[in-house]
Ligand binder design. Structure first.
Ligand SMILES: Cc1cc2nc3c(=O)[nH]c(=O)nc-3n(C[C@H](O)[C@H](O)[C@H](O)COP(=O)(O)OP(=O)(O)OC[C@H]3O[C@@H](n4cnc5c(N)ncnc54)[C@H](O)[C@@H]3O)c2cc1C
Length: 481
């Protein structure tokens, strides 16, 4: 039983829905005080946009799982919605707590809230303490020789590699003593995070299992079966060869330090190990960019793009979101997104290039759509990746590199397995035409039961013409001052 004379400590969970490698929880336990585990549903933060629908589904299940883990240890997750400072002050008042601990977050809206909370709690003579843990390294730590933030990934990676191994993860505390339960908590169900009418997330649970145990299982499966050969295999969407850890990382159900740790000492080819770690470093780099350029989710990094002549065609945007563009690899990706709340990285690049360059639709509309539909939606990785594909980001892919959706499909989905899975109306189409049904002879289409324009759309743009249009628009801005 906790000593009633000892004041409790509030562990404020946010993007760290885990017990493992949780520095704030660890510090709370080390303080010897009884713990109140708290999650606050904050109003949509300004700047990084509202919680997307798909991630709300994931958040619901991740909170259920965290609550179950806490219950197994004799505690529970206390849920309250509202402004973070108001809620904390309320819980402090009703519990007598005088210390609040949390792990830092690095999106601009989160930083603003945390700064305000810390200042006010300190002013009131309370003890707020924050810890690292969402990233391998603090995003402010690495600087170029000139003392400026990195803008280019490769030197960032080199600096990260040379800055020593990331701190080792902490295990789950061996004992957590919990404070008496508070009576004023809310029911998770009342937050209505799950879609109902219609329940468009039906297919998600076939693919995703929430919680720390599932994340650890996913990691060990990947290390046993996916890491060897990762560098060569990771670009093929029909094979399941990547880790699928991004949804867990997005809500902090597993920490990057734990992932890094588990990759130590494995007997796999060095090139695979390094390549995987380099992907984790892209996540770090994205946060480095967001930290130093908080407008990353909505402002062109490269201001030359401010005058770009984007096209606002609503029908084309809608066709893209629905996976009805007439380009099979694009449509398969956009439908995977609907069905799984996820899309393979190679296909994310293809569909993003298609939206920005073939349709010339503003990258911000794509970023917003992904934010609403990805369960791994992440303010840094999503924004940095969209700017990268658009060519307006830091260290961006040049604008003139325009993916050809047919060649990309033929290269990375040679047998069309990925397309067949997500675009079933093309399932029996001959391999030769699986990425270009519009070139198939009538007899081939008939044999596969396809009537273009009826059972599957004709292409909404001609790629060659769209490419020329995009290059012309780009030339018009590239020499701008
Ligand atoms: C347009 C676009 C939007 C994207 N939006 C997001 C997003 O909202 N959230 C998100 O987590 N990732 C995003 N990515 C990056 C990448 O597609 C996913 O991280 C990856 O597909 C997740 O699958 P995985 O966990 O199996 O990756 P793995 O290949 O197993 O990689 C391991 C981890 O490294 C990180 N990682 C891998 N590639 C990248 C990358 N290019 N940028 C940043 N981190 C990376 C992820 O945390 C990932 O879980 C986006 C990419 C593009 C092109």
């Amino acid at each position: 039983m906790p000593d009633a004379a000892v004041k409790p400590v509030i562990v404020w969970f946010r993007k760290d829905l885990r017990l493992d490698d949780n520095h704030a929880l660890y510090a709370a336990c080390a303080s010897g005080r009884p713990v109140i585990a708290l999650y606050i549903r904050e109003p949509s933060p300004a700047g990084t946009g509202p919680l997307g629908g798909a991630q709300a589904w994931w958040l619901h299940h991740s909170l259920v799982s965290l609550d179950e883990s806490l219950k197994a240890l004799g505690g529970a997750l206390h849920l309250v919605s509202g402004d973070a400072l108001d809620v904390l002050l309320g819980v402090i008042k009703s519990s007598g707590a005088d210390m609040v601990v949390w792990n830092r977050r690095y999106d601009p809206a989160g930083i603003a809230v945390d700064t305000r909370v810390k200042r006010e709690l300190e002013r009131q003579g309370l003890e707020p303490k924050s810890f690292a843990g969402q990233l391998l390294h603090e995003p402010s730590r690495l600087k170029t020789g000139g003392g400026t933030p990195y803008r280019v990934y490769t030197p960032f990676w080199r600096a990260l590699e040379n800055s020593g191994e990331p701190p080792r993860p902490l295990d789950i505390p061996s004992k957590i003593s919990f404070a008496r339960p508070l009576s004023s908590g809310e029911k998770l169900k009342s937050w209505a995070l799950l879609p109902t009418k219609p329940n468009w997330a039906k297919g998600f649970s076939d693919i995703w299992t929430a919680g720390e145990d599932a994340a650890r299982e996913r990691l060990s499966d990947f290390l046993e079966q996916g890491l060897d050969g990762y560098k060569d295999n990771r670009d093929f969407p029909a094979k399941q060869t990547t880790s699928l850890l991004s949804p867990y990382l997005a809500l902090g159900v597993i920490s990057p330090a734990r992932i890094w740790e588990e990759t130590r000492g494995l007997s796999v080819p060095a090139e695979d190990l390094v390549h995987f770690r380099k992907e984790l470093a892209w996540r770090e780099f994205s946060y480095h960019l967001l930290f130093h350029f908080p407008k990353l989710p909505y402002e062109n990094w490269n201001g030359k793009f401010d005058g770009f002549g984007w096209n606002n065609d609503t029908a084309q945007f809608r066709a893209w979101t629905l996976g009805m563009t007439g380009y099979p690899i694009v449509d398969a990706g956009m439908r995977q997104l609907w069905q799984h709340g996820f899309m393979h990285n190679r296909v994310r690049m293809i569909v993003a290039s298609f939206l920005i360059k073939d349709l010339m639709i503003d990258w911000r509309r794509g970023e917003t759509w992904f934010r609403d539909t990805l369960i791994d939606a992440d303010p840094a990785s999503n924004a940095a990746s969209w700017q990268w594909v658009a060519g307006c980001g830091a260290d961006a892919s040049p604008f003139f590199r325009i993916f050809n959706p047919i060649l990309q499909g033929e290269k990375f989905d040679r047998d069309g397995d990925y397309v067949r899975e997500f675009v079933p109306e093309l399932a029996t189409l001959d391999n030769r035409y699986i990425h270009k049904p519009f070139d198939a002879p009538k007899a081939v289409l008939e044999k596969a039961g396809i009537a273009l324009g009826e059972t599957y759309p004709n292409p909404i743009v001609d790629h060659a013409a769209a490419r020329d249009r995009a290059l012309k628009a780009y030339s018009a801005i590239k020499d701008a001052a």
